[in-house]
Design a protein around this ligand. Sequence first.
Ligand code: DGJ
Length: 539
Amino acid sequence: MISKRKTLVLAMLLGLSLAAAPMPQVMKEGRKFTLMVDGKPFIVLGGQVNNSSGWPGRLQEIWPVFKALNANTAEIPVYWEAVEPKPGEFHFEAVDQIIRDARAQRLRLILLWFATWKNGVMDYAPAWVKEDTVKFPRMIDAGGKPVRVLSPHSEPTMNADRAAFTAFMRHLKEIDGDAHTVIMVQVENEPGSLFTDRDHSAAANRLFEGPVPAALASALKRPQGSWTQVFGPEADEAFAAWYVSKYINEVAAAGKKEYGLPLYVNVWLREQKNFMRPGEAYPSGGATSNMLDVWKAAAPAIDILAPDIYVMDYASYRKVCESYRRPDNALLIPETGGFGAFARYMFYAIADYDTLAFSPFGIDRLSAATVPEGVPGVAAGTSLMDLVRPMMDNYRLLAPALAQIAAWQGTGKLHSAVEEDQITERLLTFTNFEVLAQFGRPVVSYGGTFASGTDKKTGRSMIAEVAPDEFVVIGFDTRIRFEPRRGSKLQHTQFLWVEEGKYEDGAWKPARRLNGDETFFGLSLPAQGAILRAKLMSY
Ligand code: DGJ
């Protein structure tokens, strides 16, 4: 065993610091948010396990998937019912083991606190909470019947969740306060209520008949009045959002006091394909796009309101990113799809909306060889690896460049160029250059050379202007051409040099220069992906 003094001397000789690495944190400079891990910019390339996989034994089968995927972070649930099986009796052995195993896998963790709310119901509350419906009352629907959701108006319920979450965060600090394997915690899971738009109990009705709290009216800069006067048809939902977010803020603030990790709340979106009724199509009172201001006013202890994005079309995907990326909220995507178009959408999220995290849900299924029955839009028996190959390729290509990409995010100098159905080209404008990204084979026609589109819509890339005449392009199946920006007297561009390479610890490492056939028609990102850096001149 080496003594502490010897370790100190050894560390000094090796130039190492024994001080604990700085806490993970979400930094904000101007409009730019950066997730800092060990004092360096970090983007979560994650994967979330299935709901019942937060057990060390089960995870043994899943850790290899994270490796295969090249993920840097695992999102894993922690269950109130397991942590506190009897009131006040806490068990963190499973959490401890998961943290040890994640360290062995060289993965970071985001732990998900499944407690009062899970997908708009109360299923992860311990049995002693479920059974005692007097002390821990359910919500009452408009017809006067109890539903399977705990009321946000109950002090004892909030106290119980808060006490458990506090114990959990205190424990995390004890076992991980130096190593920071856990970089963030999600408080609750898709909170809000299914089956009812708000609590219609007698006590809640009295509150609803009263005025909107002054703090909320003033935060929203609206005149005071009743809930209906201030929120019109959204009154019940806003009422629910205010009390759910205040409850969660209490839980979060108490936990944060113990251990100040970044905390976020995930959201079951209202952007669904039906009537968008709260309590039916999505949990009422969650941080849906129409309730973000209410949540921001009520829950300052929550760093980020984070959308779970499963919408399938690219326009809606971008719209959701746009609603959640605000001056007071960083985009963070804790759940999303893992195959098909989502491999393209990742480029929008990272390059256009500066997401701090991108994490497909349900990565357990990748431990099987083929797609099981019942996955929408995919034939059973399809090779899973084939299905997720584009996402794996994304992770492989982006992982070593993440610190660099994080530095470009939020500067206005990083943009995506992504192919979609009938969108075979993207034209982007930078300081001195216009950049045309084209996908598929060149097609000569009246007006110039166009692009055919690729067979499987695999064109996806991001383009960073690192100096007014220097660009880094990262991606797949994209050809990139440059022209002087419109309005310039200059007519043409030419490459001074083009390099293919990679980033290592934030430094560019060129592997070779490209020229001749490889650059005559512009920069070309191949099917297997590449990172190119080019310096240009105009004349
Ligand atoms: C969103 C939830 O947050 C997850 O826990 C999981 O239930 C998925 N939906 C299933 O699609």
